[in-house]
Design a protein around this ligand. Structure first.
Ligand SMILES: Cc1cc2nc3c(=O)[nH]c(=O)nc-3n(C[C@H](O)[C@H](O)[C@H](O)COP(=O)(O)O)c2cc1C
Length: 352
């Protein structure tokens, strides 16, 4: 049996009394889900509730600033493929669907997309526009599409009652989506590389999920630190965690590390601190590498508190993210840093 393909079926209209939701539900209700091993999920843009795009950076930069964009990115990143359900509005798609597509970039890339349009002419002009938009987002548009006729495939109350032949169209569309969706999975798990070139490992499509996992780790570290609760602090630590102390010790395994954290917390060794994400690398699905800073909060004296920078490796196992490894290093001036901070003009001849 093929591995299940996660498909988001986007409801592309948010009008009261819209038909889009019923069309999306009809797409999901057929026998294809079981036959083709598709996990079809209705994603209702009415419930998502995105405002008009207001991100300061273009989405292609991958630096989402707004919480609703980050949540949308995480939702979209979780799917392998999509069906866009769109009515035809003035010979195009809807503003709400275009806005939802415009919000993101990497999360759509290298994924298959299929189209279910409807209107007086089957919504084909809306779908033609969507094909161009999704191609620009790096998506692979499946050829067979659903084109429901407002007068033939809905009843007098506007309920979705497609003719029998539309079931065949749905089957052809979802079969194409399943084939391309599965093929593109291997492309997404292979980082970009050209023969003979050094590979770039970071996968923008995995970034939102990896960053969310890192945020959750920071919450447990911050929460555990503030409540002086070593078990909360270590909540995401794997059974066989590898831990590098700031002073060169290697600790292996949850039990000894947790015992040490209990002791250190009882002695209040680490000062009140703030944990901050610095950089996240998502080199493969289910892998996150992160630099996280623990900055000691000012305590009213001139002495800087003990702060650390840590490199963390998180792994997703059976749907849950775990901390596999960590290396902590004290934040301190490097040896010889006084020389590096010479005033301009000093030591100009050095090294000539
Ligand atoms: C703003 C607007 C523009 C429309 N323009 C078209 C059109 O160009 N071609 C068409 O076939 N139907 C057009 N229609 C009819 C819609 O296809 C029909 O009302 C459909 O039910 C709208 O989808 P919804 O109910 O899911 O919002 C338009 C409807 C609206 C609200």
């Amino acid at each position: 049996m093929a591995e299940t393909l996660r498909v988001g079926v986007l409801v592309g209209s948010t009008r009261p009394a819209r038909r889009a939701r019923a069309v999306a539900e009809w797409i999901c209700a057929g026998p294809e889900a079981g036959e083709l091993a598709l996990d079809l999920t209705v994603v209702d843009l009415e419930e998502v509730g995105l405002p008009m795009l207001a991100e300061p950076d273009p989405p292609a930069f991958g630096r989402y600033a707004l919480e609703h964009t980050k949540a949308w990115a995480e939702l979209v990143a979780g799917f392998d493929a999509y069906v866009l359900v769109s009515p035809e509005y003035n010979h195009s798609t809807t503003a709400v669907l275009k806005n939802a597509l415009d919000h993101l970039y990497a999360e759509w890339q290298d994924k298959a997309v299929a189209f279910a349009g409807y209107g007086t002419g089957g919504g084909v002009r809306a779908v033609e526009h969507l094909r161009g938009i999704t191609a620009e987002l790096g998506m692979a548009g499946v050829g067979p599409q659903v084109a429901l006729d407002l007068f033939e495939d809905f009843d007098d109350q506007g309920r979705c009652r497609p003719r029998a032949r539309q079931e065949e169209a749905r089957r052809r569309m979802l079969t194409g989506l399943a084939r391309w969706g599965r093929s593109l999975r291997s492309l997404r798990s292979t980082p970009d590389t050209l023969d003979g070139e050094r590979p770039r490992l970071h996968s923008p499509a995995e970034n939102a999920e990896a960053s969310a996992a890192v945020e959750r780790l920071i919450e447990t570290l911050q929460g555990g630190g503030e409540t002086v609760d070593a078990d909360e602090y270590d909540r995401m630590f794997a059974e066989d965690i590898l831990w590098g102390s700031p002073y060169g010790r290697t600790l292996a395994g949850y039990a000894p590390l947790n015992a040490i954290h209990h002791k250190l917390m009882a002695k209040r060794v680490a000062p009140p601190s703030r944990f901050e994400p610095v950089q996240v690398l998502a080199p493969a699905p289910g892998v996150a590498v992160a630099h996280i800073r623990r900055r000691a909060l000012p305590d009213g004296t001139d002495e800087p508190g003990f702060s650390e920078m840590a490199m963390y490796v998180l792994i997703k196992r059976h749907g849950t993210w775990w901390l596999a490894a960590a290396q902590n290093t004290p934040i301190a001036d490097p040896p010889g840093s006084a020389q590096l901070e010479r005033k301009p003009g000093e030591g100009q001849d050095e090294g000539r």
